[in-house]
Every structure is written in structure tokens, then in C-alpha cells.
Design a protein around this ligand. Structure first.
Ligand code: ATP
Ligand code: MG
Length: 482
């Protein structure tokens, strides 16, 4: 590693292609034989084993690499298994009936075995110094970087050794060889794994510039594994967040889901904010969190993330719709409030303002991190139901109860109450209403409610109007509840 770092810094000074190549030649891997490591075939999914053996039997090299190796070594259950091979994507496809080639920036084979999808990547070489000097005008290259050093295409194939050096973190560059069941370590990944250390391979700033998403991956792995980010890999995180602004919203959506729906959302959120990265994913949420008025938005977000982590730990389902609803609720409410008190929109009812602010916030947010319609529509329903839930007389509560999104909306309302919105009375009403018998339910909807119970729950600091003691009838129609 020391030798490697030395060569890397020399390389950065000279940028000589010949020296760059020398890096690959001088690295001697540590090979840990089967008897001396803990990865056994019983830890590897049937699908991954099938793919590994099929490639090996066809005469190709085949290794398990990435999270599958890392997590098994840590005694964790891997999320998925990734395979690396010297077979070209087309050659991989020839071996499997159920195989699709995907990706342009990074061409991969997806092999479906039963319910499993195994990602099979051909060994890749690091960019050569010549490649690094290329500009964006040169089209159709196999390897291409833009003016900031960002990799636009990464399809130069190489040896397993070259493949190891172009991976992101040392702990992600450990290879399990299906040929002799040994573990192959080119980058001192095992040492870092044992030390609980997350370290980028190569020059950290350059590696983040090549692919800014590696910053999000650093945070994700640090949170998930409880690892410390090595000082050199950590320092650039504080200043390079802006590079995320050029990443496509589709890719950032994928990363957002991995960040917040991987079971470690609370720590991930704290780290993202610590490094100033969160605002590059959710700028409107970040702006709202910075609002000095109350701790309410932060409370809601952290409660929602705690809740998501707990559900995942308990094996329950979670949906991006609920996550986005919580992350954007504060920003949407603040905007709705501004719309109601400002200029030409001052005539708006609360419901109209919430609706319009919802449109605006979602439209803005999807430019940063996309959100597929199948999630944005239920997210809007969860929001819209918050207003419907304030209507607790007559027939309306019975209709609301049958809404397919009722449960999510009710859970969301409970979170808002926990986060400090003054809607506890309303929450209690719905809790009782759901379990009440027919007669009791009827009695509940016949009572005319007053005060806080019928509020959509303004932030405490803004509840000056309700202090006037103005009675509020929940039977007031539609959107306006105050
Ligand atoms: P998990 O699947 O548990 O989230 P992982 O490490 O397997 O973690 P994947 O996204 O599945 O992550 O990627 C598989 C491997 O591919 C990584 O371990 C790493 O070696 C390599 N890799 C993925 N993304 C990058 C990247 N942006 N830059 C360099 N290498 C990467
Ligand atoms: Mg993986």
C-alpha cells in the first residue's frame, strides 16, 4: 500500500503513461488460501455460485467481488452478489439464457437465476494518463472523462489486477476466486476491513472527481458498517459536494434509495449533513431545516428515518413515497405558508396553498433526485389525506378510512404529532375511531369538534391564530379548515 501510494503521488506529479502502467505491474497481491479465511460456499447465494461455476467451466476467470465478499467477511448477510470476470459482456451473454446487457457509461451483464439477479462485470482497467487528458469533444471512446475529471464512460477492459485498482474502496476490492477458493487482495483491503477503516483506492480527490457518487457511497458504507472514513478520504467530502449537482437525477434517485432505505438512514442522514452533502440531494429540505423557527422539520425527518430503520429491522415493507413525503413535508409547508401570506396568492385557502406548494416542491425536487410517478402519486395522496383527516364529522371519516392510502397517511399524521405539530388530539380521535364499534363510531362523527383537533397542525411557533380561541368546526367543507 505504501509503495502504491508512493507511485500514485509520483504519477500525479509526472502524469507519464509509462509510470501509470508501472502501478499495475508492481502491486503484488496478498493471496489468502481457503483454509485461512472465512468465506465458504455456504455463505454465497446459489445463483452467484451457478454464475461463477458456469464462467469457470467455460474457461473464463471468475471472482466474487464487492459487497458480497466484504459483508461475508464481516459476518453480515450480503445485499447482493457481484461477479467479476475476464469474459467480455457479449461472451457472458453467450453463457446464460437469462442475461441482459445494461448500461452505457458502465456496461454490465445482469444474469437472472431464479429470483436473484447477479451483476457480472468484465474486468476494467484504470484510465491511462492519455485518457485523463482527453476532452469531451472526443466521442465514442471506450473511456472518457469530462473537463472536471469525471468519468463519462468506463469500458476499457483489463486484468483482474487492473480491475482491483479502479474500484472505489479497498474493502470493496477483495476477490474470492472460484478456481481455488482463495481470497485475493491487491489494495490492503483486508487490513482496512479489520481496522474498520474506509479508504479510497488512489488519490481521494481525483477518485471523487472521477465519480462524485463515490462521496455518497463513502457515507453509506461508513453508516452501514460503522466504519471510520480514513482522514485522507474524508477531507475532500467537506468541499466537493457541489460535484453532485452535475449527476443525473435518475442516478441520484437510485443512490438516495440506497442511502435511506438500507436500514441505516439515521446515521446516514447525520453524516450527509455533517459533510454538507445532504443539501445537494435535497436542497429545499436542507433550506427548511436551516430555518430558525423551530426544531419541527428536523424532528419530523429524524422520526421518519428512525421509523424507516425500525421497519426494515423488523422485516416490514417501506416505500419511497413515505420517505419523500416526510423529507419534503416541511419545505412544502413552509412554501404553502409563504404563498398564503404573500402577494398575489394571499387569497389562497390552506388546501389550495398546500396543493400548489406540493406541485412546486415536487417539480423542483425531481430535478435533483428523480422520483418515479408510482411513488410521487402516493406521496401526494399521503399529503392530501392530511387535510382529509381533519374532517371528522358526518360521512367523511368513513370514506377516508377506506382510502387505500389511509394507513400510510395515519402513520404520517402520528409522526407529525411526535415531531411537535399540535395534532395529538386528532391522532387520538383516529386511533379510537379505527377500533370503535359501529354505534360508537357513529357517535364520534356526530360530535362537533372544536379547536386543535380539527387543525392540520401548524407549527407551534406559528399558532398565533388559534390562540384567539376561535372555534373551528370540522364540518367546514373541503380545503379550508381554519
Ligand atoms: P452493496 O451492494 O452492499 O450496496 P457493494 O460494495 O456491493 O455494496 P455495488 O454498488 O453493488 O456496491 O457495487 C459492487 C462493487 O463495484 C463495489 O464493491 C465496488 O468494488 C465497485 N463499484 C461500485 N460502484 C463503484 C464506483 N462508483 N466506483 C468504483 N467502483 C465501484
Ligand atoms: Mg453489491
Amino acid at each position: 500500500m505504501i509503495l502504491y501510494s508512493f507511485c500514485w503521488s509520483l504519477l500525479k506529479q509526472t502524469r507519464k503513461p509509462s509510470l501509470y502502467k508501472a502501478v499495475a505491474i508492481i502491486s503484488i497481491p496478498k493471496i489468502i488460501p481457503r483454509a485461512e479465511h472465512t468465506i465458504s460456499r455456504s455463505n454465497i447465494s446459489e445463483g452467484a455460485l451457478k454464475v461463477l461455476y458456469r464462467l469457470k467451466n467455460a474457461g473464463y476467470q471468475a471472482y466474487l467481488v464487492g459487497g458480497g465478499v466484504r459483508d461475508v467477511l464481516l459476518g453480515r448477510e450480503p445485499k447482493d452478489f457481484d461477479v467479476a470476470t475476464n469474459a467480455l459482456p457479449e461472451q457472458v451473454r453467450e453463457q446464460f439464457r437469462n442475461c441482459h446487457l445494461i448500461g452505457r457509461r458502465f456496461r454490465l451483464a445482469h444474469v437472472r437465476v431464479g429470483a436473484d439477479i447477479i451483476e457480472v462485470a468484465t474486468f476494467r482497467a484504470a484510465p491511462s494518463a492519455d485518457d485523463a487528458d482527453q476532452n469531451t469533444d472526443k466521442k465514442n471512446d471506450l473511456h472518457r472523462t469530462d473537463k472536471d475529471g469525471r468519468i463519462m464512460r468506463d469500458n476499457v477492459y483489463g486484468s483482474v489486477e487492473e480491475d482491483a485498482w479502479r474500484r472505489d474502496f479497498t474493502i470493496n476490492a477483495l476477490y474470492y476466486n472460484i478456481d481455488d477458493f482463495s481470497l485475493v487482495d491487491y489494495t490492503s483491503g483486508l487490513e482496512d476491513l479489520n481496522a474498520g477503516r474506509l479508504r479510497l483506492i488512489g488519490d481521494p480527490e481525483q477518485r471523487y472527481r472521477e465519480d462524485p457518487v463515490r462521496m455518497l457511497r463513502a457515507v453509506r458504507f461508513a453508516a452501514k458498517l460503522g466504519f471510520r472514513i480514513d482522514a485522507d478520504s474524508e477531507a475532500p467530502l467537506f468541499k466537493l459536494g457541489y460535484l453532485l449537482d452535475d449527476i443525473s437525477s435518475a442516478r441520484l434517485y437510485d443512490e438516495t434509495i440506497k442511502l435511506f432505505m438500507g436500514g441505516y438512514a439515521v446515521q446516514t442522514f447525520e453524516l450527509l449533513r455533517h459533510y454538507g452533502l445532504f443539501g445537494h440531494l435535497f436542497p429545499y429540505t436542507e433550506a427548511d431545516l436551516a430555518h430558525e423557527e423551530s426544531h419541527f422539520p428536523l424532528m419530523l425527518v429524524s422520526r421518519a428515518l428512525t421509523n424507516t430503520d425500525a421497519r426494515i429491522a423488523a422485516g416490514k415493507t417501506t416505500t419511497p413515497a413515505f420517505l419523500y413525503a416526510a423529507l419534503l413535508w416541511g419545505a412544502m409547508r413552509t412554501l404553502a405558508h409563504e404563498m398564503q401570506v404573500q402577494g398575489t396568492n394571499a387569497h389562497m385557502s390552506e388546501g389550495e396553498a398546500l396543493q400548489e406548494a406540493g406541485n412546486v416542491i415536487v417539480a423542483r425536487q425531481v430535478q435533483r433526485t428523480a422520483l418515479p410517478k408510482r411513488f410521487s402519486l402516493p406521496m401526494r395522496e399521503i399529503w392530501n389525506l392530511q387535510l382529509r383527516l381533519t374532517q371528522i364529522t358526518g360521512k367523511r371519516p368513513f370514506v377516508t378510512l377506506t382510502h387505500p392510502r389511509f394507513r400510510a397517511a395515519y402513520d404520517f399524521m402520528l409522526l407529525r404529532a411526535e415531531a411537535g405539530e399540535e395534532i395529538q388530539e386528532l391522532c387520538d380521535w383516529w386511533t379510537r375511531f379505527q377500533i370503535a364499534e359501529g354505534d360508537e363510531q357513529q357517535g364520534m362523527v356526530n360530535v362537533v369538534r372544536t379547536g386543535a383537533a380539527a387543525s392540520t397542525g401548524k407549527k407551534r411557533a406559528r399558532r398565533s391564530r388559534s390562540k384567539s380561541g376561535k372555534a373551528v368546526s370540522a364540518s367546514q367543507s373541503g380545503d379550508s379548515v381554519e
